[in-house]
Write a protein that binds this ligand. Structure first.
Ligand code: FEO
Length: 165
């Protein structure tokens, strides 16, 4: 049986992952309307991944005898200034998610819940990857600046981006 305090915190994480999925869907839609097909594809896929992260948490809570709660999700930001804005928000959001995961891991250790601690290691590894990915992309965008040809190639590269990362 999962501790109530930990169940509550994982339910907060469910909410955070749902919000991530929504935010990335909004980024995908904005990019699509601006003609950035590669960026749109990247965020549509990333939105799906966040939903998977959320589902994994929901199933874990219920498997351990808790009750996963399905939150209502506020409307995310719908208009972005430019691609750098989108990817800066992406990085900031992932850093915030990593902090939440770290807080959860810490809570598990304090309560000697080694089962949940073990379950969360997948999220710890995932966050390292996601933050690194966001930083790499943002660095590329900083190099490109306002160069239209560069942005065109950037978008085309993202279209070919591997779908399992
Ligand atoms: Fe589920 Fe991108 O954090």
């Amino acid at each position: 049986m999962i501790l109530k305090e930990i169940e509550t915190k994982i339910n907060e994480q469910v909410f955070a992952e749902a919000k991530s999925s929504h935010l990335y869907l909004s980024m995908a839609s904005w990019a699509e309307t601006k003609g950035y097909a590669g960026v749109a594809k990247f965020f549509y896929l990333h939105s799906d991944e966040e939903r998977e992260h959320m589902l994994k948490l929901i199933k874990y809570i219920n498997e351990r005898g808790g009750h996963a709660l399905i939150p209502s999700i506020p409307q995310p930001l719908k208009v972005f200034d430019c691609l750098a804005h989108v990817f800066k928000d992406f990085l900031d959001h992932e850093v915030a998610i990593s902090n939440m995961i770290n807080g959860l891991v810490d809570l598990c250790l304090k309560n000697k819940d080694y089962t949940t601690h073990n379950f969360l290691q997948w999220y710890v590894a995932e966050q390292i990857e996601e933050e690194a990915l966001a930083r790499t992309i943002l660095d590329k965008l900083k190099l490109i600046g306002d160069d239209k040809g560069g942005l065109y190639l950037f978008d085309r590269d993202l279209e070919k981006f591997p779908t399992d990362e």
